[in-house]
Design a protein around this ligand. Structure first.
Ligand SMILES: C[S@@+](CC[C@H](N)C(=O)[O-])C[C@H]1O[C@@H](n2cnc3c(N)ncnc32)[C@H](O)[C@@H]1O
Length: 192
């Protein structure tokens, strides 16, 4: 009897550590995928995101896109603090994607669309406001994409890494400001 209990206990402990190992592996792999594809996950505080979105004049008539949405906190702030029409997120890291999906389901949030996909393959033609907190190389590639596929007058809010306007003449810088430690840049896609 005691030996049976001991076996069950050992199996449970083994299962627990295997699950931990698998989760750890997925976590590390997700971090690696994010970094390889463009930018690691570096979250900003919710208070700071509110400040940045306020700087960007996000308004209720906007369709907000976060390309590389991490755990979805920008999307959620867009909905709860600015009442945007819709919030759409693209995220390449399985870990962050599932974390966001879980909180969307748990909180029964309706107006969010979430995709686990490379944001370079995002469908952005309906966006009116695009938020980017990514490394410069990826910002550069996305700027080409927005110039090709975006709607004129779409606002683009970049955090930390700006769009290089000498390469991307389709964008107009509306304003920029240092908000605490990071600089934010607000652009508009010009009418062709
Ligand atoms: C600096 S974090 C920003 C997270 C979120 N936007 C925020 O401000 O809280 C960058 C995010 O972009 C994701 N990412 C990096 N390259 C990507 C790509 N090519 N497509 C989609 N997501 C990407 C990373 O996994 C990470 O979650």
């Amino acid at each position: 009897m005691i030996s049976n209990l001991l076996i069950i206990l050992i199996v449970l402990v083994l299962l627990f550590f295997t699950a931990l190992l698998i989760l750890g592996f997925i976590f590390l792999l997700s971090g690696l995928i994010s970094t390889i594809f463009g930018a690691p996950y570096v979250p900003l505080s919710r208070k700071y995101i509110f400040k940045i979105l306020s700087f960007g004049d996000l308004s209720p008539d906007n369709i907000l896109y976060d390309l590389g949405c991490g755990d979805g906190r920008v999307l959620m702030s867009g909905l709860s603090n600015f009442n945007v029409l819709k919030a759409v997120g693209y995220e390449i890291s399985p870990w962050s994607y599932f974390k966001t999906l879980l909180s969307i389901k748990q909180n029964k949030i309706k107006r969010i669309e979430l995709f686990r996909r490379n944001c370079l393959k995002a469908e952005i033609s309906k966006a009116t406001f695009i938020y980017l907190y990514l490394f410069p190389k990826l910002v550069d590639k996305i700027a080409y994409k927005i110039a090709r596929e975006g709607k004129p007058k779409t606002k683009i809010l970049c955090v930390l890494f700006p769009i290089d306007l000498s390469q991307h003449i389709e964008f107009k810088l509306l304003k920029s400001a240092k908000l605490d430690r990071l600089t934010a840049y607000l652009y508009e896609l010009k009418t062709p």
